[in-house]
Design a protein around this ligand. Structure first.
Ligand code: A3P
Length: 301
């Protein structure tokens, strides 16, 4: 068996991604109008992709013909690196996408293609508290089978999470990389929290629209456009859509069943899975890594 993740440019990169990432670094041409949806895995990527797509296209579709009813958000906002055929063809295909092009990636900020960093295109990051992120990712990895990878117990997976050894980890550097960038240039990097979206999604939808330069008109607001976007992208609606119950998606690493991206969608589910010593250990890491950053996490409703 071969190592599944390699330490590459200071993060644990899934091995199949290294080559693609290097080709993109060299050949991908960002456009100023591009929008990048970024996250550490299991932080609410699927939700943010759905919302971003719906916000950007709010004038283009009605409730009846909306692409989100028949396509998984990862199809509408594809990962930058998708493994579909020849990588150079893929880059060519990307150049024909309608603008603004929407992409997703879990790559940490400093390792994004240079062209993206230089173009100052807009980046939206979604962050989730590390307790729920760990449980969500442990549940996810229990359901998928990755070739050559042994199944880990919760304790083993937790140990690795705490050491930062997880795809795209360490998670603290991932979060802080985007956080610091959002503080330094708030006009091009927007930092969102999963818990804030859970608390008041309408407010966050408005915020994203303003950030992307496509704010809602007063008329749209009074016609309930924001509420209908929030409803269309809600966990309850999305998990019951046929496409999300039965389809599959080619993701950065492999093909996944769409339904795996919809589990419980709760804040604070970790209390059902953490022992007191796990709570103590993770709290200490958060304290160490994030003190002085100005960033805090919401662990409960
Ligand atoms: P749980 O495992 O805690 O249920 P990602 O999209 O980054 O892979 O994150 C997946 C997490 O987001 C899962 O969390 C999933 O249930 C939750 N999720 C998926 N779609 C959502 C939606 N529309 N609204 C809220 N949460 C959602």
């Amino acid at each position: 068996s071969f190592p599944y993740v390699y330490l590459f440019e200071h993060f644990w990169c899934p091995s199949p991604l290294i080559r693609e990432r290097n080709i993109f670094q060299k050949h991908f041409q960002a456009k100023q109008s591009d929008v990048l949806v970024t996250s550490f895995p299991k932080s609410g990527t699927t939700w943010l992709k759905a919302l971003t797509f719906a916000i950007v296209n709010h004038k283009n579709f009605s409730k009846e013909n909306h692409p989100l009813l028949t396509s998984n958000p990862h199809q509408l906002v594809p990962p930058l690196y998708t493994f579909r055929g020849n990588i150079h063809d893929q880059i060519l295909q990307l150049s024909y996408m309608p603008e603004p092009r929407l992409f997703g990636t879990h790559i940490p900020f400093p390792s994004l293609p240079r062209s993206i960093l230089e173009s100052h295109c807009r980046i939206i990051y979604i962050c989730r508290n590390p307790f729920d992120t760990f449980i969500s990712s442990w549940a996810f990895f229990n359901k998928i089978k990755v070739e050559h990878l042994p199944t880990l117990t919760k304790e083993e997976a937790f140990e690795m999470f705490c050491n930062g050894v997880i795809e795209f980890g360490p998670w603290w550097s991932h979060i802080l990389g985007y956080w610091n960038e959002s503080v330094a240039r708030p006009n091009t990097v927007l930092f969102l929290k999963y818990e804030d979206l859970k608390e008041d999604v309408n407010f966050q939808v408005k915020r994203v629209a303003e950030f992307l330069g496509c704010p809602f008109t007063e008329e749209e607001e009074s016609n309930g456009v924001i509420e209908s976007i929030a409803k269309l992208c809600s966990f309850e609606e999305m998990k019951d859509m046929e496409v999300n119950k039965s389809g599959t998606i080619n993701f950065e690493i492999k093909r996944f069943e769409n339904k795996l991206f919809f589990r419980k969608a709760e804040t604070g589910d970790w209390v059902n899975h953490f022992s007191p010593s796990m709570v103590e250990k993770l709290s200490k890491i958060i304290e160490e890594k994030f003190s002085g950053s100005g960033l805090s996490f919401k662990m409960h409703y």
